[in-house]
Design a protein around this ligand. Structure first.
Ligand code: C2E
Ligand code: CA
Ligand code: CA
Length: 586
């Protein structure tokens, strides 16, 4: 519906001309229709006295809302607003042959009862005012910035209580909504000093919900989600209902933890509707390049959402660059993984862990490598996410755990003093108990002390899940390492709630602590806290002497990283360990 049609409809509904103009542009100036009509009621005062035309008064209000200034520093807007007002009056005057007052335009003064009677009698308002109204709207439409000219969606809904809905109307409404959303997000991207994230989510198996409860309930659920979003968003967070059951929220943030917090809060709110349980899947894209097309940012959030949907492990997934490649790689991996296990293409590499003070090996981490006959060496980052999605990681983990146990036994047999090996426990295992049995069987079969096999578990969005499994494994007597601490989902709570023995500080800590005072401060706090809680601490990704020195100064002795050694084939590690132990003895 055009501004003109809207204004005419308001006139038919007995609103006066100032109200009709302001009401027609309500959405463009960020007001709901009711407020716009209320505010503009008294501004028709000039018109009622036969003075300044009510349409012109309304138009000046609209301009003020668009170009007016609210920030004392923003004088530029003041100047623009003033110029625009002058232009409006000038153009209006030209169209009205120099007349600005209501009594001049109508030729009679409606504040005088006897003249008003004539106005009614001759239906002058019905004959003259519509032309004035549309002239005013035309001028306004020319003066407004291009993106404000479109008619609004919500207003249409409010106004349009007569016309039935049509396909076209629905399309127009959603286009308008999207345009507004785009404008707001565009402004945010331009002006925000913080990080920005796109969070896209949908309702798991919404189709089933629709089939089970009917479309009416389905619509109610969507409306419910919109309301929850509205309630949760502050004035610098924007959301949009993209299509069917897909929603997107754009927000500023400082730390990634704020995003997971926000998602948690939202998730709690939309968890159920009238006894119907709702599950959401979230994809998050954190903006690196603000010049990128909004569409592309949305695509990335969508990609993460879709990946989260396929994933057996998470309901929240962050888009990372590798997703693009993963989609391309997925097929290759899925077609080759069975053969890889059968033909023993997977191999265990070991990366030593060192004590800074003693300058000796205190353990190692087992890391998988895939040596493909044609493609050569494939690194875990390329295939683990895919294997976690399809669950095949279980088999790979069992294999590596077995290799680690075998290596521990080998050292024992060869009389090399104990060197615990840690293995990675994928998030996939958190969901089932199979892993507990597999581990027990391996330990029994190889007859190694349970304390020699350490388990690395990564933090996840679902603290509870991690916590539950950690307790089970702890009861079994394993040493537990919390992997990648500080990489995003970290909450200090989990440390208090969960029986970890050692925290592995993520590589990113190493990187940030060297460049920022804040990073160093956080690191110091974590070290202090770990000591207080009696937890072991190991820093990963240590690459330089400076990092080693700094870690030593603040009381973190255990390290793993390229500065000491890269992950290496079993034979290389075996030799290194044997030589070192020999030197210690000798
Ligand atoms: P992670 O558990 O955090 O393993 C540490 C990763 O950091 C390893 O990458 C290691 O090579 C790398 N790294 C070690 N020192 C340095 C350093 O000084 N600088 C830098 N830039 N990197 C360093 P890798 O081997 O590519 O493994 C990547 C991730 O794949 C692992 O991260 C782990 O999450 C996963 N992964 C590896 N092997 C297995 C496995 O057998 N099972 C499971 N479930 N996941 C595994
Ligand atoms: Ca690890
Ligand atoms: Ca790690």
């Amino acid at each position: 519906m055009t501004h003109k049609e809207k204004a005419e409809r308001l006139i038919r509904q007995q609103y006066h001309c100032t109200q009709a103009i302001v009401g027609a542009f309500a959405d463009n100036i960020g007001l709901d229709l009711k407020t716009a009509l209320k505010i503009s009621t008294c501004f028709g005062g000039g018109m009622r006295k036969g003075e300044v035309c009510g349409c012109l008064t309304g138009a000046v209000m609209v301009l003020g809302m668009v170009y007016g200034y609210y920030d004392a520093q923003d004088k530029e807007r003041e100047v623009r607003g003033t110029t625009k007002t002058e232009e409006l009056v000038q153009r209006f005057s030209e169209r009205m042959e120099g007349k600005l007052a209501c009594k001049e335009i109508l030729g009679l003064d409606l504040s005088r009862p006897e003249e008003l009677a004539v106005i009614h009698e001759k239906n002058l308002m019905g004959k003259i005012c519509p032309g004035v109204l549309s002239a005013c709207i035309e001028i306004l439409e020319e003066l407004l910035p291009a993106d404000l000219k479109s008619a609004s969606a919500e207003e249409e809904e409010e106004l349009d209580n007569i016309a039935g809905s049509s396909e076209m109307r629905t399309i127009l409404i959603s286009q308008n909504r999207f345009r507004r959303f785009k404008r707001s997000v565009g402004e945010l991207l331009l002006s925000s000093q913080k990080e920005i994230a796109f969070i896209q989510f949908d309702i798991r198996q919404f189709k089933v919900v629709n089939d089970l409860y009917g479309e009416k309930i389905g619509d109610e659920i969507l409306q419910f989600v919109r309301e929850q979003l509205k309630a949760i968003c502050d004035d610098r967070q924007y959301f949009i209902h993209l299509r069917s059951d897909v929603f997107m929220l754009v927000t500023e943030y400082d730390e990634e933890a704020e995003l997971t917090d926000l998602i948690e809060r939202l998730n709690t709110r939309v968890g159920s509707y009238k006894d119907i349980k709702l599950q959401m899947t979230y994809g998050v894209y954190t903006v690196e390049d603000r010049e990128m097309e909004l569409r592309q940012m949305e695509d990335r959030a969508a990609m993460a959402r879709k990946a989260a949907k396929q994933s057996a492990v998470g309901r929240v997934l962050f888009y990372r660059e590798q997703f693009k490649e993963n989609l391309y790689n997925r097929k290759f991996i899925e077609e080759n993984m069975q053969a890889a296990i059968a033909e023993r293409q997977f191999m265990m590499y070991l990366q030593p862990k060192y004590s800074i003070a003693k300058n000796e090996i205190i353990g190692a981490e087992a890391l998988v490598r895939w040596r493909h006959p044609e493609r050569g060496m494939i690194f875990p980052d390329q295939f683990i996410p895919v294997l976690e999605d399809n669950g095949f990681i279980r088999k790979v983990d069992y294999f590596i755990w077995g290799e680690a146990c075998r290596f521990i036994k080998r050292c024992e047999t060869d009389g090399i003093p104990a060197c615990p090996i840690s293995v990675n426990v994928s998030r996939v295992h958190l969901r089932d108990d199979e892993c507990i049995k597999v581990l027990s069987d391996l330990i029994q079969k190889t007859a190694i002390p349970r304390s020699m096999l350490e388990l690395e578990i990564t933090e996840s969005v679902d603290d509870q899940e991690v916590s539950r499994k950690a307790y089970q494994l702890k009861d079994e007597g394993y040493t537990l390492l919390m992997d990648d601490f500080g990489s995003g989902y970290s909450s200090l709570n989990i440390l208090l709630e969960t029986p970890f023995d050692v925290i592995k500080l993520d590589k990113r800590f190493m990187e940030s602590m060297m460049v920022s005072g804040k990073g160093k401060l956080i690191l110091e706090q974590v070290v202090a806290m770990a000591n207080k809680l009696g937890l072991g601490l190991l820093a990963e990704g240590v690459e330089t002497r400076e990092q080693v020195d700094l870690l030593q100064r603040i009381g973190c002795d255990q390290v793993q990283g390229y500065y000491y050694a890269k992950p290496m084939p079993e034979e290389d590690f075996y030799r290194l360990l044997r030589e070192q132990r020999a030197a210690q003895i000798g």
